[in-house]
Write a protein that binds this ligand. Sequence first.
Ligand SMILES: Nc1ncnc2c1ncn2[C@@H]1O[C@H](COP(=O)(O)OP(=O)(O)OP(=O)(O)O)[C@@H](O)[C@H]1O
Length: 340
Amino acid sequence: MNIKVENITKKYGDFLALKDVSLSVNEGELLALLGSSGCGKTTLLRIIAGLIEHNSGRIFLNDSDISDWPAQKRNTAMVFQNYALFPHMTLEENIAYGLKLRKLNKKEINIKVMKVLEKVRLGGLGKRKIQELSGGQKQRAALARALVIEPDILLFDEPLSNLDEKLRVSMRKEIRRIQKDTGITSIYVTHDQREAMAIADKIAIMDGGKILQYGNVDDIYYRPENRFTAEFMGHINIFQCSTQSSGQGKYIEFLGKRIETESEKEIVDIILRPEEVEICDDGIEAEVTDIETMGPIIRYRLKAADYELYSDMLNKSVKRSIDYGDKVKINFNENTLHIF
Ligand SMILES: Nc1ncnc2c1ncn2[C@@H]1O[C@H](COP(=O)(O)OP(=O)(O)OP(=O)(O)O)[C@@H](O)[C@H]1O
């Protein structure tokens, strides 16, 4: 199913939580809604599920306008951070619950439950009580319960926030595998940019009830359209620079390079990702003011001309040992600069 959301607005009292939000998700794709706390991610997800009403705008599944359909009719399933499982029931009973409501017979229910438990790798644990499952197993159970009803749309609301880092990484791979396997169109709410990049086909960056940028993972990371997106998607160097005019147009001078810009502004923000700043044999002089080793990557803090900036180098590509206070040469490809 394709999902299309057009010009959704949502008010809580006087507070405008969603401002004219539009987006679409293609059949079989996973869209991550990424933004910080309070930006409206959960509100949008719940509106799509039909759990809360919106003030204006339309929602389409394929070509059907479902804006006025009740939640039960939409055939969406939601996976929550707190699992929302029934603690007094066994794993099997939890998963069978939605099928019983749909009045399937016992045999059909049994087959579907067994199959989905295998899919989420919980086969053999069906008779366990929910309390007897680990955090990761509970999240698999929540996913199984969502999958078993064969939804058209899967909605994930920060499903991995309760798990520790290692489990989060393995569970997001698992969710990705299952989502690709089943081909169910999905929307995944998260505030973690690494999680979004690891799991999604497309990312929508949200802030203040608006979508600031929508695109595939590379677009969002390498071609940010605004400062917020660039800052949200990882560590950055950011500088302010004044623009100058020449006969041919406007330009900025930055670390000895003259860079043309179409910006009309007098002062622009320049963003340069640390992995684009290379310590090399030839280039701009800089002094090392701090070193942080992060396993495969070393992050150097540098002072070059009047700028402080970071360089992330692959540990194994650093040819000689570099110490605090050392003088080094740095370079960067000016095409990797983002000017806002
Ligand atoms: N029932 C409500 N009544 C009033 N305001 C609400 C209600 N629900 C949410 N809000 C407000 O709407 C805004 C968006 O909330 P929402 O839960 O959608 O954000 P979010 O991006 O999912 O944040 P989080 O990651 O913290 O869950 C927030 O400012 C929140 O305080």
